[in-house]
Design a protein around this ligand. Structure first.
Ligand code: CTP
Ligand code: CA
Length: 225
């Protein structure tokens, strides 16, 4: 065989990735969740493995098989996902938060099934920890990449998240776009970092994941060489 394969772009790097939704229990039979399928996160994990990384995939409840070659850690609630990330983040080089973490959880977890005794039901929610923000604020934080799911003002809101959460990079997706994003096999991303940006047009999540991992590796290697 002629030539030699070049060194993979993330050879030996530890990459921690969150994926999928979280599920917040209301009572023994009910929960609050969202439409995240985990497909984008799993595709990114697969692309990171292919790029030579040691991948720790922290996954919410999804109906997907983890990519070969990555370590899988399961979480159900946002609190559990936060705990799993913090247990695995030490010495990580890169953190990619693709999970659709529930922003709030019910204030009270009913010990018994809630009965339909009233015509109206009011629930009170409390805020969940922001996993991405907490990782970005660690001393010796890894190169931290967030996602921004927006239904309007996509670029403005994404740039605000990049700055306010102190991220290295953010991948914005317009969830109002037809047939893209949540629960779809396709997506489009506007990737923004300090000093540049790139639009990755609509494509399969597999193709997008490879392009995103390439961009992450470029910026990571620029900052750490
Ligand atoms: N995220 C997280 N932990 C949370 C909420 C969000 O790690 N409790 C991460 C997501 O994985 C994503 C990024 O933060 O990478 C942005 O999530 P998004 O829902 O777009 O933004 P929020 O900061 O939650 O703000 P809002 O929902 O109000 O737009
Ligand atoms: Ca949110």
């Amino acid at each position: 065989q002629l030539g030699r394969a070049s060194t993979p772009v993330l050879a030996g790097k530890k990459v921690v990735i969150t994926a999928g939704p979280t599920r917040e229990d209301l009572d023994p039979v009910r929960y609050i969740t969202n439409h995240s399928s985990g497909k984008m996160g799993y595709a990114i994990a697969e692309a990171a493995v292919a790029a030579g990384a040691n991948v720790e995939l922290i996954s919410g409840p999804v109906a997907l098989t983890p990519p070969a070659g990555c370590a899988i850690h399961r979480a159900v609630s946002a609190a559990q996902m936060h705990q799993q990330v913090m247990q695995n983040i030490a010495d990580a080089d890169i953190f990619i938060a693709t999970a659709a973490v529930a922003d709030y959880r019910p204030k009270h977890l009913a010990a018994q099934k809630i009965k339909k005794n009233n015509d109206e039901l009011t629930l009170t929610f409390v805020k969940n920890p922001d996993i991405l923000k907490d990782v970005a604020n660690l001393t010796n934080a890894p190169f931290t990449v967030g996602f921004a799911a927006e239904s309007e003002n996509v670029e403005t809101y994404a740039r605000n998240k990049l700055a306010s959460k102190k991220l290295a990079m953010i991948a914005a997706n317009d969830i109002s776009a037809q047939g893209l994003g949540f629960n779809s096999d396709r997506n489009a991303l506007h990737v923004i970092w300090n000093g540049g940006d790139k639009k990755l047009p609509a494509a399969s999540k597999t193709v997008l994941a490879e392009a995103l991992i390439k961009l992450i590796a470029e910026q990571y290697n620029k900052n750490n060489s």
